[in-house]
Design a protein around this ligand. Structure first.
Ligand code: CS2
Length: 519
């Protein structure tokens, strides 16, 4: 086998004829999967598992990848035979492998009809989704389909759908004519993501005028499954620096490399209506404990990740790895994980909480990965809505204030809804959020953190209707916003840890009193 010369000359383009130093995967014969959301996460996670499955067992499991709007990845992949490299980055260095399991890629914005047609196509047996928490068009307050959303409302009136839920519902409606079975598999960080997706699709169909959705609902009952899955791999955004580093190592220019940590995990409920790839070949776990895996991951990993992101951004740290290296942030992270998230989680069988925690801290400490605080802090209103309400409510119902979760929310508000005169710094400014505009308007007319927290969490019901009624929690969030603004983020961390120590001690005292009481 002859290797190409090492070059970072972008005119030598990575592809089947210029693989540089990488062994190429065999091209899949045809597509069995339609995937919505052609971002980096999909390409470093599900596509890698599918590649491993096809390499081991063959099968017609190529993927048609649909990007929502941006042509960036679609153009890049088309120019390089739908191949790309995965750059696994650890503190020890970078290792590259080639991935290529897509049979076609396009954008939904340009070819929306093709999305509906693809879902109805009988060759397609699984529709997978990575559209982020923000892509499901549900109301954070109630969890139900947000029919007031302009996109959903337009999709309900007919025409070619633009929202993911509209696309799924219309695609299923068309597919119901043949009755061919189908699996819809959400790969986003939502609790019970399968049931959640199914509920939204059903609500969409039920909201169609004149019983138009009734037949499709019956088809769903008979032939469509929505298994849940827990997905895990830290995947930062691709940078130009990564493209140059990859080119230097690869010996050809890959315009769409994906950076990823070495760790990867996928736990899936095995309810597939029309077959599936042997994803076990890539290490996926098929289990009936997916709910536990999801809870563990969304709370321990993602919940703590949010705290590390907001506190780090406010302290001026660009990267998650830099943030967690600060003593104060590490203490806060350990405290929220162990003291406030873990009690709300039933760990899956065979996973030890302490080992999982240590593994998480090592993963977050992988500074070479370049994972930015602003990336994790983005879309906080929808992400936190998945991560905090359950654990916060559980602690409050047990009579304990979850001070570190309150600090997470205070950090979030300080970053995306800064009170007048407060500058949260450049990393906070780089965070975007679907509720950002509304929150910034509230902040501009709020006297202090307490007023802001009340208007956001109770008024807007930012994290659902349960937390909206929990005044002591909301006031605690507001107080911590004021500490951040008045005395800095480290003061708020110190105060939260002290308060959480004090409430842990008083809980222990009252527990021992209960034990001593004569029966
Ligand atoms: C992160 C996740 O951006 C975020 O909110 O918490 O993207 C996280 O990196 C992944 O879920 C890890 O699997």
């Amino acid at each position: 086998m002859s290797f190409m010369q090492i070059t970072d000359d972008p005119t030598v383009r990575f592809g089947r004829a210029a693989a540089g130093r990488l062994a190429l995967p065999a091209a899949p014969r045809s597509a069995g999967i339609l995937h919505l959301g052609l971002g980096s996460f999909h390409r470093a996670h599900q596509a890698a598992y599918t590649s491993a499955a096809v390499a081991r067992d063959g099968g017609d499991w190529g993927i048609i990848g649909v990007a929502s709007r941006s042509r960036r990845i679609v153009d890049a992949l088309r120019e390089q035979d739908l191949l790309y490299s995965i750059a696994e980055i650890s503190p020890a260095g970078m290792s590259l492998s080639a991935a290529g399991v897509h049979t076609d890629v396009f954008t939904a914005a340009e070819e929306p009809e093709r999305v509906v047609g693809g879902i109805a196509d009988r060759g397609i047996r699984i529709v997978t989704l990575t559209v982020t928490e923000n892509g499901y068009s549900y109301s954070p307050a109630t969890g139900a389909l947000d029919t007031a959303d302009a996109g959903v409302a337009a999709d309900l009136t007919g025409g070619v759908p633009q929202t993911t839920i509209g696309q799924l519902a219309r695609g299923l409606q068309r597919r119901s004519a043949s009755g061919d079975p189908l699996t819809v598999l959400s790969c986003d960080n939502l609790a019970a993501n399968g049931a959640h997706t199914e509920r939204l699709v059903r609500e969409f169909l039920a909201a169609l005028p004149a019983d138009e959705g009734a037949e499709t609902l019956a088809y769903l009952d008979a032939a469509v499954t929505f298994p849940s899955s827990m997905v895990d791999r830290i995947v930062p955004s691709t940078t130009d620096q990564l493209r140059r580093d990859v080119a230097a190592r690869l010996g050809a220019w890959d315009d769409a490399p994906v950076p990823a940590e070495p760790f990867t995990m996928w736990a899936i409920e095995d309810r597939f209506a029309a077959g599936r790839p042997a994803w076990e070949a890539g290490g996926a776990v098929f289990t009936d404990e997916v709910d536990r895996y999801e809870q563990m991951k969304v709370r321990l990993l993602n919940g703590t990740h949010s705290l590390i992101a907001y506190l780090g951004a406010l302290r001026g740290q660009t990267l998650i790895g830099e943030s967690i290296a600060q003593d104060s942030v590490e203490r806060a992270a350990r405290r929220v994980l162990r003291g406030e998230y873990l009690p709300s989680v039933d760990m899956p069988s065979g996973i030890d909480a302490r080992e999982y925690e240590e593994q998480l801290f090592a993963r977050w400490g992988n500074t070479a990965l370049g994972h930015r605080t602003s990336q994790v802090g983005t879309d906080g209103s929808v992400k936190l809505g998945q991560r905090i309400p359950g654990p916060a409510a559980l602690a409050l119902d047990g009579g304990t204030m979850p001070h570190m979760i309150a600090l997470t929310v205070a950090g979030y508000l300080a970053c995306v809804a800064p009170l007048p005169g407060f500058d949260p710094g450049p990393h906070a400014a780089a965070m975007t959020d679907p509720a950002g505009r509304r929150l910034a308007d509230l902040a501009a007319t709020s006297r202090d953190g307490r007023e802001l927290a009340r208007r956001a969490i109770a008024g807007l019901q930012l994290f659902g209707d349960d937390l909206a009624g929990r005044t002591t929690f909301i006031d605690r969030v507001g107080e911590l916003v004021d500490v951040i603004v008045g005395h800095g983020v480290d003061a708020a961390i110190g105060e939260s840890i002290e308060a959480s120590d004090a409430s842990a001690a008083s809980a222990a005292r009252s527990q021992s009193r209960t034990k001593e009481m004569p029966r």
